[in-house]
Design a binder for this molecule. Structure first.
Ligand SMILES: [Zn+2]
Length: 458
């Protein structure tokens, strides 16, 4: 503690201090605060006196007791105690191999499947996917220790057909969509776009696969996806295949996650996801959708819990509603896996969002969901009486539509920044969770008892 508080100041030679304290030579170097290093002060106060004053300040929070200056022995004793304390407190562990750092979060990206859109389709911000990835990969923004980046794989016909009509999947891949379907999808058909649509689902499947290993990952992400409007056999609003629905069903059938919760916080409803589950009569996948009242278009959502946010809603009201919704959804679903659609079109800068959530509010929304799933505040397990477990979270990007489609415009950059913040927080929470939990027989357990300083770790 002492060494830290003196960190940026000058040094006194080890020899003179050893002499001053009358202790062994292991007390090597100490530091004098900058404000007391002026020549004027130095002439008046000898180095030992300066040191003593600082020790006294550190030993007693409210200052040294009056009329009782510390002796040299007392100062030496205090230093010894501090050193012993440091020895006794081993560094916090995580579930990885001894002596190694926490494992980075696994993020997947599919911006290599950029599709050149004709002029009239420019309202879709295709460039944002690459921009978000590049921002996250910038070491000034986030260190390489926090996350690794892998290109998304392509979902197979078999995987897509687990949540979609096989005929619909086949017709899209072969380029046999009707005019009506092309209009509804919002994109012109192209081979490049087929690859993009398949990778949009594939990346979310990758993110779930990482969590399914149940070894070190607690949060993973796909820097795309969240295509929640696509129905069983119908495209809608830039969504061809529903990555959330496919990933949830694959997680259940192939990875042994029994109960799954889908938290959809995009400003638009996740009607496609809910309709697919209803059509297939899937059990134990709970859908929670928070959406803006006047942003429902097309089919009405039939989620297990549809929460309508009033137009023009601000941060505080939104977060209050979110907390209540999470409580209720959690109790109803008791999930083993959370799929999180983290759309940022709830933000005030969004072109079609109609809500007034600030960028801090968007980040807070993300924190709520992540901390809730990872039981970071202990507020979930304590309040609801649910088991204190970390439930792994796979994040997908969701909507975010800048008012200005120019990629260099401040509005575009703001949306990119909000998306990136979601993933940066996710990477931090993934590191933190590895210090708190470990996987044991497919479930998570506390690694260490809760500590007050837990939020200072990252
Ligand atoms: Zn949206």
């Amino acid at each position: 503690m002492l060494a830290q508080s003196y960190g940026r100041c000058g040094f006194v030679s080890g020899a003179s201090l050893s002499w001053a304290l009358g202790s062994s030579s292991k007390w090597t170097s100490f530091v004098i605060p900058r404000r007391e290093r002026s020549k004027k002060v130095r002439r008046i106060l000898p180095p030992l006196e300066l040191l003593r004053r600082e020790f006294e300040k550190n030993m007693y929070e409210e200052g040294p007791p009056k009329g009782k200056p510390l002796t040299t022995e007392e100062v030496a004793e205090h230093l010894k105690k501090e050193a012993m304390k440091k020895k006794r407190e081993p560094p916090r562990k995580f579930t990885g191999a001894p002596g190694t750092r926490p494992y980075p979060a696994y993020f997947f990206y599919n911006d290599e499947y950029q599709v050149e859109l004709p002029e009239r389709y420019q309202r879709f911000p295709m460039k944002k996917y690459g921009m978000v990835r590049r921002k996250l990969q910038d070491p000034k923004y986030m260190t390489p220790f926090h996350a690794t980046f892998t290109p998304s794989s392509l979902a197979t016909m078999g995987e897509l057909s687990m949540a979609h009509c096989p005929d619909y999947v086949g017709r899209y891949i072969r380029g046999q969509f009707t005019e009506d379907e092309i209009t509804k999808s919002g994109f012109p058909w192209s081979e490049q776009h087929v690859l993009r649509s398949m990778s949009t689902v594939g990346g979310t499947l990758d993110a779930v696969r990482v969590l399914a290993a149940r070894s070190t990952a607690f949060v993973s992400g796909h820097l795309a996806g969240g295509t929640h409007h696509a129905g069983y056999a119908s495209p809608a609003g830039f969504c061809i295949f529903n990555d959330l629905a496919v990933a949830a069903i694959v997680a259940q059938q192939r990875h042994g996650f029994r109960k799954i919760l889908i938290v959809d916080t995009d400003v638009h409803p996740g009607e496609g996801t809910s309709l697919i589950f209803r059509h297939l009569n899937v059990r134990d996948i709970f859908t929670l959708s928070l959406h803006c009242a006047s942003n429902i278009f097309g089919e009405q959502p039939v989620s297990d819990m549809d929460v309508v946010i009033p137009d023009g809603c601000f941060d505080e009201q939104y977060l209050t509603i979110l907390a209540k919704a999470l409580d209720a959804a959690w109790l109803a679903s008791e999930p083993e896996l959370v799929l999180f659609q983290a759309g940022v079109d709830i933000a005030y800068v969004d072109r079609i969002g109609r809500l007034n959530i600030s960028s801090a509010g968007v980040l807070e929304r993300t924190r709520y969901v992540l901390d809730y799933a990872l039981d970071m505040d202990r507020f979930r397990s304590k309040r609801l009486g649910t088991p204190p477990r970390a439930v792994p979270v796979a994040i997908c990007m969701g909507g975010g539509y800048p008012k200005n489609p120019e990629e260099n415009s401040p509005e575009f950059k703001e949306i990119v920044s909000m998306h990136a913040e979601v993933y940066r927080l996710a990477a931090k929470r993934n590191r933190m969770a590895q210090r708190e939990f470990k996987w044991v027989n497919g479930t998570t357990e506390y690694l260490t008892p809760p500590k007050e300083d837990r939020f200072l770790l990252v």
